[in-house]
Design a protein around this ligand. Sequence first.
Ligand SMILES: Cc1cc2nc3c(=O)[nH]c(=O)nc-3n(C[C@H](O)[C@H](O)[C@H](O)COP(=O)(O)OP(=O)(O)OC[C@H]3O[C@@H](n4cnc5c(N)ncnc54)[C@H](O)[C@@H]3O)c2cc1C
Length: 384
Amino acid sequence: MIDHRLSEEYSDLRKTVEEFAHEQVAPVIGEFYEKEEFPYELVDQMGKMGLFGLPFPEEHGGMGGDYFALCLALEELARVDSSVAITLEAGVSLGAMPIYRFGSDEQKQRWLPELCSGEKLAGFGLTEPGGGSDAGATRTTAVLDGDEWVINGSKSFITNSGTDITSAVTVTCVTGNHDGRKEISAIIVPAGTPGFSVAPKYSKVGWNASDTHELSFDDCRVPASNLLGERGKGYAQFLRILDEGRIAIAAVSVGLAQGCVDECLRYTREREAFGHTIGTYQVIQFKIADMEARTHTARLAYYHAASKMLCGEPFKKEAAIAKLVASNAAMDNARDATQIFGGYGFMNEFPVGRFYRDAKILEIGEGTSEVQRMLIARELGATG
Ligand SMILES: Cc1cc2nc3c(=O)[nH]c(=O)nc-3n(C[C@H](O)[C@H](O)[C@H](O)COP(=O)(O)OP(=O)(O)OC[C@H]3O[C@@H](n4cnc5c(N)ncnc54)[C@H](O)[C@@H]3O)c2cc1C
């Protein structure tokens, strides 16, 4: 049975986050973005609203919701600002989720309550300076020495890894080699562990109020019990985390795409050229119609992928499709919105300038568009 309406619970959540984004995020985010500052106050408010605990059970300090609820919240945040949205996305889907899905009871008890409350953030370190798409090419090593792992290597572009409230980063490491095949495991590294250093934040094109660093590990020792799940399961673990994460990034992309429509509707009713508001010109109307159509179809794609995931059905192909079409929609809408705003579209004081800078990474992070196409082709068996 198909029902296009959101349940009352989902609807209420969407509305609450929409109001928060407009009332609390919109007035201040431009300044954080320009100063490239992490918005601690907003993260604190989001924590108090329960957003970091949305998909986790109450026994771990969560809200007892699900992954789709997280996606709805991400969409509404990204409709106003993507730095705030990605801080939540990475905090939940990359920081807390691996611990929830694969951690021991002790690890869940130790880490999840503070992550679900938003008082602390965690990151997930997969990408390395040598490459991100080929995640199996991990070079960071972890060697067991007595009851400790000794970690050496580095990770690139890790979100939420260097804030004042970062409590840990889960990193993938090579823990062995069997017949030429790397054994990859995931290990939780608490912030402040000797030998774990965080480089100064990157200067980025977009997502300027989010936190991204290169990390290095130099004989960094953590307890053997910090291994996440089973030894050698790191590759399978992060594939699952990335499949889910792609639905979340699709939701962020849909939010950005919708934000472009919102801004253009407002602007084209006010801006005049040649004696008329520009919204009276059909070429502008068609642009906005195309933007809305892309946003709508991308939203359906992520709703469908999330629905398959929540039903426990395979969803790899649907998640890759959602991420591919939604990031594409975000990029196209950001370009069209900037064009509709003319010179003002190139000014930082208008959100569309920020949307333009923030859209590109959506085609890169958590698997590039090429990687999504590879996954879709593989799932179809279209590989010759
Ligand atoms: C702001 C930001 C935040 C990020 N946050 C995190 C994080 O929290 N954790 C984390 O682990 N990573 C994070 N990343 C890393 C991100 O996931 C990677 O940048 C991304 O997966 C691509 O990897 P890469 O940059 O090494 O590109 P590469 O893998 O070097 O790819 C370069 C180009 O080659 C293409 N390519 C690669 N292989 C193939 C192929 N087989 N066929 C065709 N084309 C191919 C790619 O599509 C791309 O166009 C972040 C990145 C950024 C910029």
